[in-house]
Design a protein. Structure first.
Length: 235
């Protein structure tokens, strides 16, 4: 399921389990900032795609995925072979920088850097709680802002009500599941690729590596093997 304003300039799959949903809503104003406008646009598209998917398909899980990220070809089969958990978090994955054609960086903190990291059991996707924060443009008190800046993994005091699917606070997903009384499990392998540095990442900040960070990045760097290219359709 793909939702967007314009269809891509290549032939789309002709299959019953694929749908491109063309949307015509006005793009959110960037007066509130490019990042927030991008988040609002993404949530509108995600909501429309989910509404369509619920009426047309009987999917067991739903996963929100940005256009510039890639998913392992092993993930769907793996999901069909494991217990019916409330949700799964992708912690292990790859960071692929646009300027690097042959190298990727392994990470055990994929959920901290990429929003395409959450798989939700479908019956829980519309459950709600205090999940919306300044990421979605919610006005927080000064205390709430300080809490959000210092604690990236808990629910933020002053958050407004949103659904488990329709929020963009990806570092707080475990806390959101806990609030709803469910445990968020972990995908046990490198399941996704986050593509960065191509100039279109919403809110992406310039990289500033100190010597320790640079050494760690080098240590996690791997050659893109034929197996990786096939698994993630890297080109």
């Amino acid at each position: 399921m793909v939702a967007g304003h314009e269809a891509p300039d290549f032939e789309l799959p002709q299959a019953s389990n694929f749908k491109f949903l063309s949307l015509e809503h006005p793009l959110p104003s960037e007066e509130c900032g490019r990042y927030l406008a991008g988040v609002k646009d993404k949530m509108i598209k995600l909501a429309a795609a989910w509404e369509y998917a619920k009426t047309e398909w009987n999917a067991q899980y739903v996963m929100k995925f940005d256009w510039d990220d890639l998913i392992s070809s092993r993930l769907v089969e793996w999901l069909g072979s494991v217990e019916n958990q409330a949700g799964y978090l992708v912690r292990h994955g790859w960071i692929w920088r646009a300027e690097s054609r042959y190298l990727v960086q392994r990470t055990e903190y994929f959920d901290r850097v990429c929003g395409s990291c959450l798989i939700i059991r479908s019956d829980l996707a519309d459950r709600s709680g205090p999940f919306l924060t300044h990421v979605e443009g919610i006005e927080l008190s000064p205390e709430g802002h300080r809490f959000a800046a210092n604690d990236h993994h808990s629910l933020v005091p002053g958050s407004e009500i949103g659904t488990l699917l329709l929020n963009d606070s990806h570092q707080r997903y475990a806390a959101q599941f806990d609030y709803l009384g469910h445990r968020l499990a972990t995908v046990p392998f490198n399941a996704a690729v986050c593509r960065i540095g191509h100039g279109n990442n919403t809110g992406q900040a310039p990289r500033r590596d100190n010597p320790r960070m640079l050494l760690g990045r080098i240590r996690r760097t791997r050659l893109i093997t034929p197996r990786l290219r096939n698994e993630f359709m890297l080109s």
